[in-house]
Design a protein around this ligand. Structure first.
Ligand code: ADP
Length: 160
């Protein structure tokens, strides 16, 4: 059974992330979306809230699970019996960082493969931080994040 882990901050999940999840779920037997707990970086949503938002938009995918992790991704992978890291690649700007991470993870555990999926052209400009910027200044975030979570994002940005 091929279990892949798709790690990230997902603060919040965007349509770009969801596209990678949908495509990844077709390629692997099981896909674990893993929300990274980063103690140094306070996000807009806390980790439990991010997990809940992802669960909300992936509930119809039977082979997708959502979890959070802290520490080394490689240790989380071992715990889950997973040996593929799934990553999305947007542009050249993602490449250098992802290249370094992939090599580092492979050095830490040579059994682990990182698989990259090219962004859908439609979402190549999309990032969680761009969504937060747009929402902060009252711009429309439809088509940037899944419809079901638009009210959650707006409410959070307004500090309600
Ligand atoms: P961001 O905060 O920049 O949106 P994350 O850390 O949440 O990024 O991203 C997790 C993973 O999803 C990374 O592999 C990232 O390259 C990928 N990703 C993020 N946005 C997109 C997108 N629009 N298209 C494809 N992959 C994406």
């Amino acid at each position: 059974m091929k279990i892949a882990v798709y790690p990230g901050s997902f603060d919040p999940i965007t349509n770009g992330h969801l596209d990678i999840i949908e495509r990844g779920a077709k390629v692997f037997d099981e896909l674990i979306v893993a929300v990274l707990v980063n103690v140094e970086k306070k996000g807009l949503f806390n980790v439990d809230e991010r997990v809940k938002l992802i669960e909300k938009v992936t509930k119809n995918y039977k082979n997708v699970k959502v979890e959070s992790f802290n520490g080394l991704l490689i240790d989380f992978m071992k715990e889950k019996n997973a040996n593929v890291i799934l990553k999305g690649l947007r542009a050249v700007s993602d490449f250098e960082y992802e290249f370094q991470m992939a090599l580092m993870n492979n050095k830490l555990d040579p059994e682990v493969e990182t698989v990259f999926m090219m962004t859908n052209a439609q979402y190549s400009y999309l990032s969680s931080s761009a969504v937060k910027q747009v929402a902060k200044f009252g711009g429309c975030i439809k088509e940037l994040v899944p419809d079901e979570i638009i009210p959650d994002v707006i409410k959070k940005i307004k500090g309600e």
